[in-house]
Design a protein around this ligand. Structure first.
Ligand code: F3S
Length: 755
């Protein structure tokens, strides 16, 4: 048993009394979100009705999870925090660094050899600080958390933007940067702006080709990539109760794609079934006594418009399968409209690869339903036209799927079964056939589909959908195929139609696994030495960032004025760069190389005003830094959308960027910038973005009087001697201003420990 039942007993001990007190103090019926958030107020935090979307509140989460790509920087910061043991249960999951190429066995051997130094570091730090360690191939962080650690009414943070996956088991689970994880692991309060709450009422029942993934794909189309920023999505209604726990996790997982802080479903019979079959009957016995605590109050359900900030209704009985993309997850096409869209937009109709897996869709149910489509195709005399790649979500899912003959169906259809890991979802995919850079389509069961994310090629059009639709389109080899209406021609030349998918939510014979891949930390880690070679390419001790010099920012050059989408993949690419995630200097060589320069529409090509040449973004930043000069980054909407990787904030800080000024920020990234002591500012008047010229010098004044809710002033000194000056806004509260002044939140934490 890897979960700590005593911890859960402790958390549950006074839960009903806490909820009663909260209801009394707040003076109104409570949503599920409010029950869990208020039950986790940090010690000393006043119990009062906080204003949603405005007030910053300190919380005390129950646990922390980290994946290997972000854990490196988180743990390097933990080592600088002055603590010697984590204050809350924490885990590290080795899932991001395994490249998919041939098969699980061969790829794993290569990953273990290539990443030996990093895995050893993670294991040593885990032992030293009392952190649970999940070995490479144990599974994808969120699937492993769902199977082992998520529990109703709990609160966790994770250094990955899809941490909300655990909301499928009624946990408030929030994706954060490593510095936030360090706060919680060090026993400090963790701060969050009290989120708004969007209620999504699900009515009706899923059937046929429609799956839980389609709920969130449709919702992404409604809300768009930033429609749920600073909000928690709470699902309710009889349709919500009808979904499997892993299906609910899929929906919560992909709430990250609409910018939600997290998403959550109430505790139900389906949650209990999943907890029980994954070895947590004790949690069920306890949670069943607290059902009211893990559901919204009935008065909320009677008048949802009164208690949620926004209410959206989706009828599961009327839902169609969706295929979203390319290049953004909110471009939502019901499958009945996809063929027209393919023609209209000239999307490559030839579907080359179908990929099943990722933390979003790699459960037993997902595997079984997808395999049922393959099996049916086989019986009908159809072959799979596209290449199929499968990454199971965990060793437990893989072992059980193999035992039950599910993997066999895939293998017989020629699918490659890769490691239990992220693989192509995070660009860890050695895809030989993209070498010629031809335009092509791939369809995945993943959550994100930004340009270049999967295989590094800008010519790959990636679409996201459910695993069963991935398989259907792979069989047809056509993006425009609609399995609900279209026929296929089999090996005898007959017209045939695929049957609707079918499958069990949970394995009839229970889950089974030989070695799940967990390594518990040793009892006393004080003597463990963590070794970082000084000449290592992969790992580097972190030097603290310098405190603010007490002065305004005067006459700094523009580094880049980015146009269009600028996600964390544009700011700090994954793929081949993942190997430098523990080495700030080396990974800074990818800073903003994916961002498009507004002045020449090119990526990684910016004007060096000293020479008049166009050079690479990191090269210009390094050159200026070496001369003791800073620089300014300008960008458009939802800057930093996507991942929780704090490298996207640390790299500019490391390369002496003084401020990031944008039309709007994605939540996690804005916090990451603040944590690293960066200035994160927004245009008060968005049209001021247009005033910025390529050879401007930029000043930001008002810092000596930096205070909450007070604008700063940005002045553009144009090359022709003219000046433009306007207000820029910020969302720093007083403690965040203190982080800025100290140089970073970590510096501030150390100051506090030393006081
Ligand atoms: Fe991994 Fe992709 Fe999820 S990178 S954690 S599988 S979004």
């Amino acid at each position: 048993m890897v979960f700590d039942i005593d911890l859960i007993k402790h958390i549950y001990q006074h839960y009903p009394q806490k909820i009663d007190l909260i209801r009394q103090k707040i003076g109104k019926p409570l949503t599920l979100t409010e029950k869990i958030l208020y039950a986790h107020l940090a010690p000393g935090e006043e119990l009062k009705n906080y204003k949603r979307g405005e007030d910053y509140v300190n919380f005390a989460p129950d646990r922390v999870a980290m994946q290997d790509a972000t854990a490196q920087m988180a743990l390097l910061q933990l080592m600088n925090s002055g603590r010697d043991r984590v204050a809350v249960p924490s885990t590290v999951h080795c899932d991001h660094l395994i490249q998919a190429y041939k098969n699980a066995h061969d790829d794993l051997i290569i990953a273990e050899s290539n990443n030996q130094e990093v895995y050893q570091f993670l294991r040593d730090v885990s032992n030293k600080y009392g952190i649970g360690f999940w070995k490479p191939d144990a599974g994808i962080i969120h699937q492993v958390v769902l199977e082992n650690y998520a529990f109703p009414g709990g609160m966790m943070i994770g250094t990955d933007s899809h941490t909300p996956n655990a909301g499928g088991l009624s946990m408030i689970a929030i994706g954060v940067g490593g510095a936030d994880a360090v706060d919680v692991m060090a026993g400090m309060p963790w701060e969050l702006k009290m989120p708004k709450i969007i209620g999504v009422k699900l009515i009706g029942k899923l059937s046929g080709w429609v799956s839980p993934k389609d709920v969130i794909l449709k919702l992404a189309g409604i809300l768009t990539v930033k429609g749920a920023t600073n909000s928690i999505i709470e699902y309710f209604g009889e349709g919500a109760r009808s979904l499997s726990a892993t299906g609910k996790a899929t929906i919560c997982n992909m709430g990250a794609e609409v910018g939600a802080t997290t998403s959550i479903f109430a505790y139900s019979k389906k949650s209990a079934d999943y907890l029980a079959i994954t070895g947590r009957q004790e949690v069920v016995d306890l949670a069943n006594k607290l059902i009211d605590c893990f559901n919204p109050d009935s008065a909320v359900l009677d008048q949802p418009e009164k208690y949620y900030d926004q209410v959206i209704e989706i009828n599961l009985s009327e839902l169609e399968p969706y295929v979203n993309g390319p290049f953004t997850p909110d471009l939502a096409y019901p499958i009945s409209q996809l063929a027209t869209a393919v023609k209209e937009h000239n999307y490559p109709d030839n579907m080359e690869v179908g990929l099943i897996g990722s933390c979003t869709n790699s459960s037993y149910e997902d595997m079984m339903r997808a395999a049922s489509v393959i099996n049916n195709a086989n019986q009908l005399g159809l072959t799979v036209k596209a290449k199929l790649i499968i990454n199971p979500g965990s060793e437990q899912v893989k072992y059980t799927s193999k035992r039950d003959g599910i993997l066999n169906h895939f293998e017989q259809a020629g699918a490659a079964i890769m490691a239990n890991a992220c693989g192509p979802c995070i660009g860890q995919w050695r895809r030989d056939e993209v070498a010629d850079e031809h335009k092509n389509s791939i369809v995945t069961s993943f959550n994100r589909n930004f340009a270049k994310r999967n295989d590094g090629s800008p010519n790959t059009y990636a679409f996201v959908c459910s695993p069963e639709i991935v398989v259907a389109l792979s069989i047809a080899g056509k993006l425009s195929f609609n399995p609900l209406t279209d026929n296929l021609i089999n090996d005898k030349g007959q017209k045939v139609k695929l049957q609707e998918p079918s499958g069990d939510e949970l394995p009839k014979r229970g889950f089974e696994v030989d070695d799940a891949g967990y390594v518990a930390p040793i009892a006393d880690g004080s003597l463990v030495e963590v070794h970082i070679a000084t000449n290592s390419e992969r790992l580097q001790q972190l030097a603290p960032f310098s405190p603010w010099d007490g002065k305004d920012i005067i006459s700094q050059p523009l580094l880049i004025k980015a146009t269009g989408k600028c996600t964390t993949d544009h700011i700090s690419m994954a793929g081949k760069w993942l190997k430098f995630r523990g080495h700030l200097d080396n990974i800074s060589n990818n800073m903003l190389i994916g961002a498009i320069n507004a002045f020449n529409q090119k990526s990684n090509s910016v004007l060096d005003t000293q020479t008049g040449d166009y050079i690479e973004v990191p090269a210009l930043a390094r050159k200026l830094k070496a001369q003791g000069i800073g620089s300014i980054v300008i960008a458009e909407e939802n800057y930093g959308e996507g991942s929780s990787r704090e490298h996207a904030a640390m790299e500019p800080r490391f390369l002496n960027v003084k401020a990031i000024v944008v039309k709007s920020f994605a939540r996690i990234h804005e916090t990451n910038l603040k944590k690293q002591g960066m200035l994160a500012l927004t245009f008060v008047d968005k049209s001021d973005y247009d005033k910025i010229r390529e050879d401007d010098r930029i000043s930001i004044t008002g810092l000596t009087d930096f205070m909450p809710e007070k604008h700063l002033t940005l002045t553009l000194h144009h090359h022709d001697g003219t000046i433009d000056s306007f207000a820029v806004a910020h969302t720093y509260n007083q403690s965040q201003i203190d982080w800025f002044k100290a140089g970073s939140a970590l510096n501030k934490m150390k100051e506090q420990f030393n006081e």
